[in-house]
Design a protein around this ligand. Structure first.
Ligand code: GRF
Length: 203
């Protein structure tokens, strides 16, 4: 299977995926890494792994539609079976999502449907929650709303800060995201009627 990964930042999720594809536990290859931010740390991670990188700086486009159009065109050039949003901090237009629906996944640092959007760790702490976590979901037109595929949870402890919580969640992200990509590469994961299936089981 061929994968295209979209990033905006440090790319630790990308690195987890690189580690598991380059070292062969996942029968897939990352054909390209596309970043919307010039200085994204993930660009160096891709380069070090010998993976093609593309920069599509969204500030160079006059509007969201123009950016998404160029992004879709760039992705399609690699004919991916899987599109991975790994710390990709852009809201995508419905026209873009429709082209990749069913083969595009995202990781979000909360136990969706709780805390859609940003600053999830701070919000969980302020709510006095005792648990938090991360979710991998199919991307649909609803922001952070597509069917969940897998979740990992962490305990929130008394002395946790947004940073310490983010660190705990990130470690779980690096476990669950590659697992989802592995299932996709094995063609075991699908989305039908806004539901996620692993083989014939609704998950
Ligand atoms: C992670 O918390 C992820 O959940 C969110 O972006 C953050 C950074 O991810 N989507 P990465 O280190 O760039 O993979």
């Amino acid at each position: 299977a061929s994968i295209v990964v979209l990033i905006s930042g440090s790319g630790t999720n990308l690195q987890a995926l690189i580690d598991q594809t380059v070292h062969g536990t996942i029968a897939a290859r990352i054909a390209a890494v596309i970043s919307n931010r010039p200085g994204a740390g993930g660009i160096d991670r891709a380069r070090q792994a010998g993976i093609t990188t593309e920069l599509l700086d969204h500030t160079n486009f006059q509007d969201r539609e123009a950016f998404d159009e160029k992004l879709a065109e760039t992705i399609l050039r690699y004919k991916p079976d899987i599109v991975v949003l790994a710390g990709f901090m852009r809201i995508l237009t419905p026209a873009f999502v429709r082209q990749f629906q069913g083969k595009m996944v995202n990781i979000h640092p909360s136990l969706l449907p709780k805390y859609k959007g940003l600053h999830t760790h701070k919000r969980a702490l302020e709510a006095g929650d005792t648990e938090h976590g991360a979710t991998v979901h199919f991307v649909t037109e609803e922001l952070d709303g597509g069917p969940n595929i897998i979740q990992a949870r962490v305990d929130i402890e008394e002395n946790d800060t947004p940073e310490s919580l983010a660190g705990k969640v990130l470690l779980k992200e690096h476990q669950i995201f590659p697992q989802v990509i592995k299932w996709m590469a094995e063609q075991r994961l699908s989305m039908t009627d806004n539901r996620a299936y692993l083989d014939d089981i609704i998950i």
